[in-house]
Design a protein around this ligand. Structure first.
Ligand code: GDP
Length: 301
C-alpha cells in the first residue's frame, strides 16, 4: 500500500516539475537552428537530415520546468554534431609513418581532389611538417595532364629542398607513382607524397586513373582534399571520390577564409571519414590539426 502511495506522490511531483517538449515547439526552435547551420555554410542536405534526426529524438522528451527549450535543443544539437565529428577519429600520422618505417618500408600517401582545391599547396605544407618532425619526404608528380603541374610541384620541392620524381607530360601517372615508391624504398626515404590530376570529378577517366594509381602503389593513406569555400560542390566532389577511391581521411583547405567552417561538418557527415588537417593560409606552416570542440562552438557563434 505504501509503495502505491509513494509512486503516486512521485508521479504527481514529476508532473508539476516537468513538462513535455511538443512537436510544435521543437519544430519552431529547430527551424531557427537549421537556418543557423545554413548560415555557417553547412551543406543543405546535411543541415536538413541532421535537424530531422534531432527532431525525431527530442519530440516528447521531458524537460524540467524552468529549463529553456531553446537552450536545451541547441545544446542537444551541438552534442550531436560533436559526436559525429569525434566518432571519425583522425589517425596519428607520425606514429603510422614510424610503424611502417620500422618494417623498412616507406609510407605512401596519395592526394585526391579536383584542381584548384589546394592539393599541391597542401602536399608542400605536409612535406614541411614531416621535415620538421625529422622525417624525409619525397614528392611524386602523378599529374601528367595539367599544364604547369610538374613545374608547380617542382618549385615547392626546390624551396623545401626535397627530392621530386617526375616524368614528361602525357606519361602514365601510375608509373610515376610506382617509380617514386621504388626510389623511396631504395634510398631509405620515409614518406612518399603523390600529387594526382584533378580535372572535373565527374570525369570517369579521372576516376579510373585514380583507381589505377591506387592499385599499382597500394598507398598507406588516401587523402581527399576539399575546398572549404566550395560548399555544396565540395560535398558532391567528396561523394564521388569516396565512391571511386574509398579515401581514408580528408584535409579541408582555405579555412582561413571560411570563418564559420560548416564544410567540416558536411564532409564528415557525408563521408564518415575524419578530417586530418585544416589549411589555414598560403604559408607552409599553415596546416593545423582539426579540433572538433573548437569547431562546434564556431558553428553557432
Ligand atoms: P591544386 O590545383 O588543387 O593543386 O591547388 P593549388 O595548390 O594550386 O592551390 C590553389 C590556390 O589555393 C593557390 O592560390 C593556393 O595558394 C591557394 N590555397 C591553397 N590552400 C590554401 C589555404 O589553406 N588557404 C588559402 N587562403 N589559400 C590556399
Amino acid at each position: 500500500m505504501f509503495e502505491k502511495l509513494r509512486s503516486a506522490i512521485k508521479s504527481f511531483t514529476q508532473a508539476i516539475s516537468e513538462r513535455t517538449l511538443s512537436e510544435e515547439e521543437v519544430e519552431k526552435i529547430l527551424w531557427n537552428l537549421e537556418m543557423e547551420l545554413l548560415e555557417s555554410d553547412v551543406a543543405l542536405e546535411v543541415a536538413h537530415e541532421l535537424i530531422n534526426r534531432v527532431k525525431c529524438e527530442v519530440i516528447g522528451k521531458k524537460l524540467e520546468r524552468g529549463t529553456s527549450s531553446t537552450e536545451y535543443l541547441k545544446k542537444y544539437l551541438m552534442n550531436t554534431i560533436f559526436n559525429i565529428l569525434s566518432q571519425a577519429k583522425p589517425p596519428n600520422l607520425i606514429d603510422l609513418i614510424r610503424e611502417k618505417r620500422a618494417k623498412g618500408e616507406p609510407y605512401v600517401i596519395i592526394f585526391l581532389g579536383i584542381n584548384g582545391t589546394g592539393k599541391t599547396t597542401t602536399i608542400a605544407k605536409l612535406a614541411y611538417i614531416l621535415k620538421e618532425k625529422g622525417l624525409t619526404p619525397i614528392l611524386a608528380c602523378a599529374d601528367t595532364y595539367r599544364a604547369g603541374a610538374i613545374e608547380q610541384l617542382s618549385e615547392h620541392a626546390k624551396r623545401l629542398s626535397i627530392k621530386i620524381i617526375t616524368q614528361r607530360y602525357g606519361a602514365d601517372p601510375a608509373a610515376v607513382a610506382r617509380d617514386a615508391a621504388s626510389y623511396a624504398k631504395a634510398h631509405n626515404i620515409d614518406v612518399v607524397l603523390i600529387d594526382t590530376a584533378g580535372r572535373m570529378q565527374t570525369s570517369k577517366n579521372l576516376m579510373e586513373e585514380m583507381r589505377k594509381i591506387i592499385r599499382v602503389v597500394n598507398p598507406d593513406l588516401k587523402l581527399f582534399i576539399g575546398d572549404a569555400l566550395a560548399g555544396n560542390d565540395m560535398v558532391s566532389q567528396a561523394k564521388e571520390f569516396q565512391t571511386f577511391t574509398n579515401f581514408d581521411a580528408s584535409i579541408l583547405t582555405k579555412v582561413d577564409a571560411d570563418v564559420k567552417g560548416g564544410a567540416a561538418l558536411s564532409i564528415t557527415y557525408i563521408t564518415g571519414k575524419p578530417i586530418l588537417y585544416l589549411g589555414v593560409g598560403q604559408a607552409y606552416s599553415d596546416l593545423i590539426p582539426f579540433n572538433p570542440e573548437k569547431f562546434v562552438k564556431s558553428l553557432f557563434e
